[in-house]
Design a protein around this ligand. Structure first.
Ligand code: SAT
Ligand code: MN
Length: 595
């Protein structure tokens, strides 16, 4: 029997306690009719066999073994390159529980519609059963799931992105509960594509896409949509946030969790390399995670966070020696690239890379600028977090890391200054709820359109945003030692349409100010919308900012904010009586001060 043809639960696991899992697998097999069933053990032999099989059938193309050992290119179907928010549903018994922020269907209709698609869809294919754990395998904050899929590419990616295989199965056996995710690439037909969530059953059904956020069910489907629902019931938070550790020259490390919409630089910030002078002085940034953060109050009242993922599914375009040397170093070997271009000597290539010339574009055509970029704007790399030079040993800590500051940020060309601090937790929750951002290529649809994206969770909150805001507010209780909340905007533009802030490594200057505030070392300028840094407290040595940049990055535009708060009132109004009273009061209090 080869590594890919096991059709029984690996020996050593007790069949009886895995009865629910077995029953479900049998039920899915009866529905989807696969030719074979493979239980994934997550081992090296299994991975090698899968890769060999995908190389043979063309799913993976080998890249230059000298420059990129063990690395592969996958070209997806050209219509299957991003998340599909319009085809993503949350199926709850009561429509109001899904909220105006989600597309809704009743669970019965959702299952019916999906099961019709799944019927017989795995004929001629192998069905893979992937037990996985989101978070360090021994962490009380971690949660398990099982994904059933007919895509070997999904298995290979899940192996990088999660703790997958025998250890996860053992934990499921111990705990008896897991999230059930059923996935098929179907016909990759955009007209037969749905991503459905059944939070009340801890279940996911996804059909017709092989793309990351639609198909790697541990990621957005489980770790955000289903987990946000679990977190609300169990008193924790599942957030679309990176986690980093900021170590100062005294060797003291503060952990920061930051929410930004997809493709707004979370990976770059999480792997930041301090500017020259800071490096010399001994500043370091440690990466815990680049996309998802689960946190819960610890015994001391602080919030403790883990990264539920084990790898990075990062945007390739724009990744360069300047923007993110740590990411570039991480993806030199053992990496799966999806929808990038290639050079004549078969190296991966994307726009923004400082060297090389593409000869083939992401669709495998001869590269021609008239056809658009060589790499798809949402092309990705999948790589183990362990390959990242800045990966923090604390990322594997079962108890998680204590969070000193929470940061919200969006892409805002105007109005919003570089950084401000919320007055208190309630104000901070309002700042998060009010987040707006211009859309990016990470989801299908128009790019560059301003929309409200509360806590960067618009596409990912598995329940009514009004209840989600209440849940956030509920953490402010006696004994809680909550992080300070900040808002940043790296994307402010000048009159000439160019970015005013250099960004990347220089963002450290802003993080440094936050920690000074956390430690109570500096005062700030109070405005109705929050506290702004005093010029002397942000270190701008070595960067050249025009007068326009200084005014716009550090200024306060009362008229502009008045309009913003009027639109925020309208937004909160969309949630009717369900929106928490305290949030409306906060909005009104600030609006009154702006008048
Ligand atoms: O949805 S993905 O996880 O594939 C990428 C993203 O949008 O963050
Ligand atoms: Mn994301």
């Amino acid at each position: 029997m080869n590594a890919l043809s096991k059709d029984v639960i690996p020996s050593g696991t007790k069949r009886s306690s895995l009865a629910a899992l077995n029953d479900w697998v049998a039920e899915v097999a009866a529905l989807t009719q696969p030719d074979a069933i493979h239980w994934c053990d997550g081992g090296d032999a299994e991975y090698a066999a899968l890769i060999a099989q995908m190389q043979a059938d063309g799913t993976l193309i080998k890249l230059n073994e000298q420059t990129h050992p063990n690395s592969w290119l996958h070209r997806s179907h050209p219509d299957d390159v991003a998340r599909v928010e319009h085809l993503t549903f949350v199926c709850t018994t009561d429509k109001e529980d899904a909220g105006p922020n989600n597309h809704w269907m009743s669970p019965a209709d959702g299952h019916k519609q999906m099961d019709e698609l799944f019927a017989g869809c795995m004929r001629g294919r192998t069905m893979y059963v992937i037990p996985y754990c989101m978070g360090p395998i021994d962490s009380p904050l971690a949660r398990c799931g099982v994904e059933i899929t007919d895509s070997a590419y999904v298995v290979a990616n899940m192996r990088i992105m999660t703790r997958m295989g025998a250890a996860a199965l053992a934990r499921i056996e111990r705990e008896g509960s897991f999230v059930k995710g059923l996935h098929s690439i179907g016909e990759l037909d955009p007209n037969r594509r749905y991503i459905m969530h059944f939070p009340e059953e801890l279940a996911i059904k996804s059909y017709g896409s092989g793309y990351g956020g639609n198909a790697l069910l541990g990621k957005k489907c489980h770790a955000l949509r289903i987990a946000s629902h679990q977190a609300r019931n169990e008193g924790w938070l599942a957030e679309h946030m990176l986690i980093l550790g900021l170590e100062n020259p005294q060797g003291e490390t503060h952990y920061i969790a930051a929410a930004f919409p997809s493709a707004c630089g979370k990976t770059n910030l999480a792997m930041l390399i301090p500017p020259e002078g800071y490096r010399r002085d001994g500043w370091k940034v440690w990466t815990i995670g680049d996309d998802i953060c689960w946190m819960r109050p610890g015994a001391d009242g602080r919030l403790y966070a883990i990264n539920p993922e084990a790898g990075f599914f990062g945007v390739a375009p724009g990744t360069s020696e300047k923007s993110n040397p740590n990411a570039l170093a991480s993806i030199q070997h053992d990496t799966i690239f999806t929808n990038v271009g290639v050079t004549a000597d078969n190296q991966p290539w994307w726009e923004g890379l400082d060297h090389g010339t593409p000869v083939k574009d992401w669709q495998g055509r001869d590269y021609a600028p008239g056809n658009g970029p060589a790499a798809h704007p949402n092309s990705r790399f999948t790589v183990s977090a362990k390959q990242c030079p800045s990966y923090s040993p604390k990322a594997e800590d079962a108890q998680g890391v204590p969070i000193s500051a929470i940061v919200f940020g969006g892409r805002r060309a105007s109005l919003v200054p570089l950084v401000f601090e919320a007055r208190d937790w309630t104000h901070g929750v309002l700042v998060g709820a009010a987040m707006g951002s211009e859309t990016t290529a990470a989801a299908t649809g128009a790019v560059g359109v301003m929309r409200r994206d509360p806590m960067a969770m618009k596409p990912f909150c598995g329940y009514n945003f009004a209840d989600y805001f209440s849940h956030w507010l509920s953490f402010d209780k006696p004994g809680a030692k909550l992080p300070k909340i900040f808002h940043v905007n790296w994307f402010r533009k000048g009159d000439d349409g160019k970015f005013l802030w250099p960004g990347f490594g220089d963002n450290l200057r802003v993080l440094e100010w936050m920690i000074k505030r956390v430690k109570g070392e500096v005062d700030a300028i109070d405005t109705p919308v929050g506290a702004l840094p005093k010029a002397e407290h942000i270190n701008l040595d070595g960067i050249d900012l025009s007068d326009e940049a200084r005014t716009k990055l550090f200024g306060f535009d009362r008229n502009g904010w008045r309009a913003e708060f009027a639109s925020l009132e309208e937004f909160l109004g969309e949630f009717g009586d369900r929106a928490p009273h305290a949030l409306k009061v906060e909005q009104q209090r600030i609006a009154a001060q702006l008048d």
